[in-house]
Write a protein that binds this ligand. Structure first.
Ligand code: PRX
Length: 655
């Protein structure tokens, strides 16, 4: 890590906003002044300005029982009304909300009026299926307009959605449905990926059929969107075609107000144990910060911009910056179903050119894979409308940053490198594009109204030109409100480390440079970041040991040129299996196994079959040493190992 810090600190390129950009920029430095003068009043003002409150709030923050925050506690609003109806009422019903581009090349544009109509009908359907305030609805869909409509229809009813990424397996889906106690599942027959119809409904059927002993089945209905037309199994009385009920449903649906702290969604994310955490977000504070950041960080001019965030709806970025932020702000956006390289590597740039995208928000892993393919692919398309670029999910290395700016941004578009998490709900650290002089590789500065520090283990600020742990020192509007069903884990995971100071610990290491700008340095816990997606070592280990052949497993994240980190597994096999199988065959089988159990993103890049794992005398696996092996480095200090010879054996086996 120290080598990469040294490298980063030699970065001295700076890009000030152009005078033309700054002159028209949505956000000015006055935002910092206002937030500094009175942080809570600032958030109150932003919320009133950006949202419609059915019942205005009189208090901004109730922090009387930390870490359980209540933002705008006595206000009432309807999240879907804010994202839909009010734009229509304000005369913007004809504005396109979504330019949808399917992977096979089908496309349609959906206006705010049309989307509002669809969501009202869908809300009526869900009501008929028994969904009301506080009920949970699981959503397992491809990137199609119905996915966005589904989130909004659930929100409209004051119910809670739990979106499960379409790339997750039936097992992952099942555990999320059960943990949340979902009443309804919204899915599709399938979606298109890499030129093929990839099925979704069978995973739902499987998730709902073989449940664990003692787990109560909660799902009453499955609403199925027809996307690919492939054959599906059907359970009468449970399964309902979306197209059979939604267009026929009543068009009228009045959005009711709900308290600001009404839960909006649960989104599962990986932590340091094998069990995913259901991160809980609520309504008023979440929508305030999603809308505020979307407008100011992306410099959104809703009348003229065409915004495209490439994230899937299954991740937090798809919640805050495909659904709630853009729609609350009345933005026009592109929604693309498929993969960047189908039918050929230039597909993304064709889409960007076709719709005249002006703002592009994506992940460093995508930028790095485009870099590998060469700039010609991008340069063949007309991307001259692009005027702002955003990056999220992992640190963007200065090289990729420069390439992104030069090749995609025509050497002029500012880049905002946005740091945040599923837990923070919205962007926390980022440049403001018309204000900040940007630095390749650094996420830079906390947003107005957000209080961030880099501290040592005791919680003392490290100051400039030093590294430490990233913390949030004051509550923020879109902060997680808890872990679904597990308040203790919420307190332990995020608030215990600096309990005396009341700081939120983010799990990331960071460094402040001599100007005070923040550089993110990756996770300090056992969470990996693969292509900007969080995976836990423990989760993959428990999947590996669930295979009959595995005796023991240890998983580490190793640096990878394209994906940032890659999953590397070290596995001890049961003797009986080694006799009848080759190690190579079993390694392949285990890779596939993890892919099936969790999802293809969790599939290890490498599986090494080893005879032993390095452990301390107390039996703790020393992942640090395995990481050295996985990255081909010299193995570090082995003195605390119970058996110091074990590392040379492992290194020899791996080579
Ligand atoms: O390690 C940080 C990294 O992604 C983690 C959060 O992952 P997730 O909850 O899946 O949300 C990803 C999308 C917001 C963080 O703890 N991370 C996210 N953005 C950045 C980042 N690391 C460096 N720079 C970023 N801009």
């Amino acid at each position: 890590m120290s080598q990469s810090i040294d490298h980063l600190l030699t970065e001295n390129r700076r890009f000030a906003p152009s005078p033309e950009f700054a002159a028209k920029a949505v956000a000015g430095s006055d935002l910092y002044d206002a937030a500094r003068a009175d942080r809570l009043a600032f958030w109150g003002d932003q919320s009133r300005e950006l949202l419609h409150w059915h019942t205005p709030f009189t208090e901004v923050l109730d922090w009387s029982t930390p870490p359980f925050a209540k933002w705008f506690p006595d206000g009432e609003l309807n999240v879907a009304y804010n994202c839909l109806d009010r734009h229509v009422e304000e005369g913007n019903g004809d504005r396109v909300a979504i330019h949808f581009e399917g992977e096979p090349g089908d496309s349609r544009s959906v206006t705010y009026a049309e989307l509002t109509d669809e969501v009202k009908r869908l809300a009526n359907v869900l009501t008929d299926l028994g969904v009301g305030q506080g009920d949970r609805v699981a959503i397992y869909l491809p990137m199609i307009p119905e996915a966005i409509a589904s989130l909004l229809a659930v929100a409209r009813l004051g119910a809670i959605h739990s979106v499960v990424f379409g790339g997750f397996s039936a097992d992952s889906l099942r555990s999320r449905i059960d943990d949340a106690g979902a009443k309804v599942v919204i899915t599709a027959d399938g979606g298109y990926r890499k030129g093929r119809a990839s099925a979704l409904k069978p995973a739902v059927d499987q998730a709902l059929s073989d449940r664990g002993e003692g787990v109560q089945a909660t799902v009453e209905s499955v609403l199925v969107v027809r996307r690919t037309g492939q054959d599906v199994e059907w359970q009468d009385g449970r399964d309902v075609w979306y197209h059979d009920v939604v267009p026929q449903a009543a068009a009228e649906h009045e959005a009711q107000p709900f308290p600001a702290e009404n839960p909006l969604f649960i989104l599962y994310t990986s932590g340091t144990t094998g069990k995913p955490k259901g991160i809980l977000h609520t309504s008023g504070g979440y929508l305030t910060q999603a809308a505020f950041t979307h407008r100011n960080v992306f410099d959104l001019h809703p009348e003229t911009d065409v915004y495209w965030c490439t994230a899937d709806i299954g991740w937090i970025t798809g919640h805050s910056y495909v659904t709630y932020g853009p729609l609350a702000n009345g933005a026009t956006q592109v929604l693309y179903e498929g993969t960047p390289e189908f039918p050929e590597p230039g597909r993304w740039w064709d889409v960007a050119e076709k719709y005249g995208v002006t703002i592009l928000y994506t992940a460093p892993t995508a930028v790095r894979s485009f870099m590998k393919q060469g700039r010609e692919i991008v340069q063949k398309r007309d991307l001259s409308k692009i005027r702002l670029l955003g990056s999220v999910g992992e640190p963007i290395n200065p090289e990729a940053w420069m390439w992104f700016r030069e090749v995609v941004g025509g050497d002029v578009a500012p880049i905002v490198d946005t740091w945040w998490q599923t837990e923070t709900g919205a962007i926390m650290i980022s440049a403001l594009p018309g204000v900040t002089e940007t630095k390749p590789g650094s996420a830079q500065v906390p947003l107005p109204g957000v209080a961030i520090d880099v501290v040592d283990e005791k919680g003392e600020s490290v100051g400039n030109d030093a590294g430490g742990l990233l913390v949030v020192t004051e509550p923020w509007p879109s902060m997680l409100r808890g872990i679904w069903g597990d308040p203790e884990r919420f307190v332990d995971t995020y608030w215990k480390m600096f309990a005396d100071k009341g700081y939120y610990f983010a799990g990331d290491g960071a460094r402040r440079d001599e100007d005070g700008d923040i550089w993110l340095l990756g996770r300090v816990d056992d969470v990996m970041n693969v292509s900007g997606h969080r995976l836990s070592t423990a989760e993959i280990e428990s999947s590996l040991v669930a295979h009959a052949a595995t005796a023991e497993a240890a998983v580490v994240g190793a640096s990878d040129e394209t994906t940032g980190q890659a999953v590397v597994a070290f596995v001890i096999l049961k003797e009986s299996f080694l006799k009848s199988n080759t190690a190579d065959g079993l390694a392949t089988e285990l890779r596939q196994w993890v892919g099936q159990q969790i999802g293809p993103i969790a599939r290890p890049r490498d599986v090494y079959i080893v005879g032993e794992l390095p452990k301390t005398r107390s039996g703790k696996i020393m992942r640090r040493l395995l990481r050295d092996v996985a990255e081909g480095r010299e193995v570090g200090d082995t003195q605390t190992l119970a058996d110091t010879a074990v590392m040379s054996v492992i290194t020899a086996q791996v080579r």
